[in-house]
Design a protein. Structure first.
Length: 166
């Protein structure tokens, strides 16, 4: 993991923290927060509750086959997505052919779905943690990382992505 941590930091991540799969907190309540609390719900191609034939339980089963990875912390969504995808790609090239990143997709300023258009980056777009049922707050807390609820409009937001490597 050290190689990928160093690479993430060199690409601009604020933090890069190794995890074991036991550190990842799945919680079915995340789904209702997406459906009833997310202003982007259903407006992005990476929102699996709108698009994916998989259930949250199936996502949890899939990700249970991984044993480790890294959580990447950034200041903004586009950097978080680009860095996690770069690490996924490098891990794949290193022989970890099931490497997969989760990041709130930030490749486009506005998702093409809002224009009823196909995603221009289907090879790089990835869903966020919460989009597959991972409790981001509990997961990052398990790893000693900081994630605060935004109270005021100008509050600093932390963006976390993950790369699952096996």
């Amino acid at each position: 993991m050290e190689k990928y941590i160093k690479e993430a930091l060199s690409l601009g991540a604020k933090t890069a923290t190794p995890f074991k799969i036991a550190d990842i907190a799945f919680d079915p309540r995340v789904v209702i927060k997406c459906i009833f609390g997310c202003s982007d719900y259903g407006k992005q191609h990476t929102c699996p509750y709108q698009k994916s034939p998989l259930t949250m339980q199936e996502y949890q089963q899939i990700f249970s086959h991984y044993s480790r990875g890294i959580i990447i912390g950034c200041d903004n969504k586009p950097d978080s997505q680009k860095i996690s995808y770069a690490i996924e790609r490098q891990a794949f090239l290193d022989g970890h052919y099931f490497a997969f990143s989760l990041s709130d997709c930030g490749l486009c300023k506005t998702c093409a779905k809002s224009k009823n258009a196909d995603c221009p980056h289907p090879d790089k777009a990835r869903p966020a943690f919460h989009a597959i049922g991972i409790d981001v707050f509990k997961t990052v807390k398990n790893l000693g990382l900081t994630l605060n609820v935004l109270i005021e409009k100008g509050d600093e937001q932390n963006w976390y992505s993950a790369v699952f490597i096996d």
